[in-house]
Design a protein around this ligand. Structure first.
Ligand SMILES: Nc1ncnc2c1ncn2[C@@H]1O[C@H](COP(=O)(O)OP(=O)(O)OP(=O)(O)O)[C@@H](O)[C@H]1O
Ligand SMILES: [Mg+2]
Length: 340
């Protein structure tokens, strides 16, 4: 957690972290994660000149609608009207199919090796119909992107808080499990080696063993992802909230989780604060909402001391199209001063 400078604004946080490369936005549904990810990506790419990739695995085509350009299933492409901003709106259904295929291959290999003559389909059904399967596939995709390393900065429009939390919590167990699998696989291979007269051939076979290679690959990937996701020089998770009770409570819980696993917290962004305008001219309705927001802003400051990086205004329209994204990026570049 950043505590060195309790009043550090978003732009000074970013400029102080020279190696910052992976930025995530978490928070309750509808608080502006996608809009802020877009504004941040715009800030990094167009205002700081970093080659930036914004990526989303959100099935509702959120990036296409944010930028007003068709990005759906188009792979990685440059956002028209920008110099350094690329987007990848990932189609999770193909990821899920690929993921199912990989699981099937492993099961088939495992059952073949264990000499169990059963139909694999029911096993695949069990493995792929659990509720977190879709999220796992998405998380896997995100890890692939992170590890590809072609951009100066990566912005993800949804922080996989629950996943990262699980990944880090599970990684010890996962490592033990994988090590055990690899070891027993090696041992049984050596047993076959011992029993065989063609020792050389079996050693070659062991090196080419697809299950072993695949397991070792997963283990390596998990470790690399874990290293990046816990590196406070490279990674920052930002938590977006509105000046309201529920979204504040949601990010409070997220922050407790991620702190427990040393996931680096970039800070909190309070979005959609009604700009200060002449109170005389306001209807009692709006004046009351503003008072309420001011109370929740104070609550956010108490709950997240020194962590609020920006307070952004509620614009008179939705954040759609490059003009609005760039306007939000301007607000972001002003940090907490933007709403005044
Ligand atoms: N500061 C703002 N002023 C005006 N409208 C905003 C602001 N921030 C976000 N919006 C609008 O609020 C809506 C929700 O924002 P957004 O889609 O970014 O939220 P989200 O957290 O990504 O939602 P989800 O959880 O569904 O992915 C959008 O219509 C967006 O344009
Ligand atoms: Mg979104």
């Amino acid at each position: 957690m950043e505590t060195a400078n309790p009043r550090q604004s978003f732009p000074s946080f970013v400029s102080a972290k020279k190696g910052l490369k992976y930025l995530f936005f978490g928070g309750k549904g509808g608080v502006g994660k996608t809009a802020l990810a877009g504004a941040t990506a715009y800030y990094l790419s167009e205002m700081l000149g970093k080659k930036t990739l914004i990526s989303s695995t959100n099935p509702v085509h959120s990036l296409s609608s944010l930028f007003g350009q068709d990005l759906w299933k188009k792979g990685t492409r440059k956002i028209e009207g920008t110099k350094n901003l690329y987007a990848d709106e990932i189609d999770i259904s193909s990821t899920i199919e690929r993921y199912k295929g990989e699981i099937k291959d492993r099961l088939v290999q495992f059952l073949k090796f264990a000499d169990i003559p059963v139909d694999v389909e029911p096993f695949i059904e069990i493995a792929t119909t659990n509720p977190s399967f879709e999220e796992s596939a998405m998380f896997d995709d995100m890890v692939d992107l992170i590890l590809s390393g072609q951009y100066d900065a990566y912005v993800f429009d949804t922080a996989p808080v629950a996943h990262t939390y699980r990944l880090l919590g599970m990684s010890k167990v996962y490592n033990l499990w994988l090590n055990k699998m690899i070891k027993s696989r090696q041992e049984s291979m050596s047993l076959r080696t011992k029993l065989s007269f063609r020792k050389e051939k079996i050693i070659q076979e062991l090196k080419k063993d697809p299950l072993l290679i695949s397991l070792a690959g997963t283990k390596k990937k998990t470790e690399e992802a874990r290293e990046i996701l816990t590196d406070s020089e490279k990674t920052a998770f930002f938590f977006v909230t509105l000046p309201l009770a529920l979204p504040i409570a949601v990010i409070e819980r997220f922050i407790t989780w991620v702190q427990a696993f040393q996931i680096p917290i970039g800070g909190v962004i309070v979005n959609e604060v009604i700009p200060k305008i002449d109170l005389e001219k306001l209807s009692p309705y709006v004046a009351h909402r503003m008072e309420e927001q001011a109370g929740y802003l104070r609550l956010a400051e108490q709950k997240f001391p020194g962590m609020i990086r920006a307070v952004l205004p509620l614009y008179e329209r939705e954040v759609n199209g490059l003009d609005m994204v760039s306007r939000m990026a301007q607000s972001l570049s002003l940090g907490s001063e933007s709403r005044i």
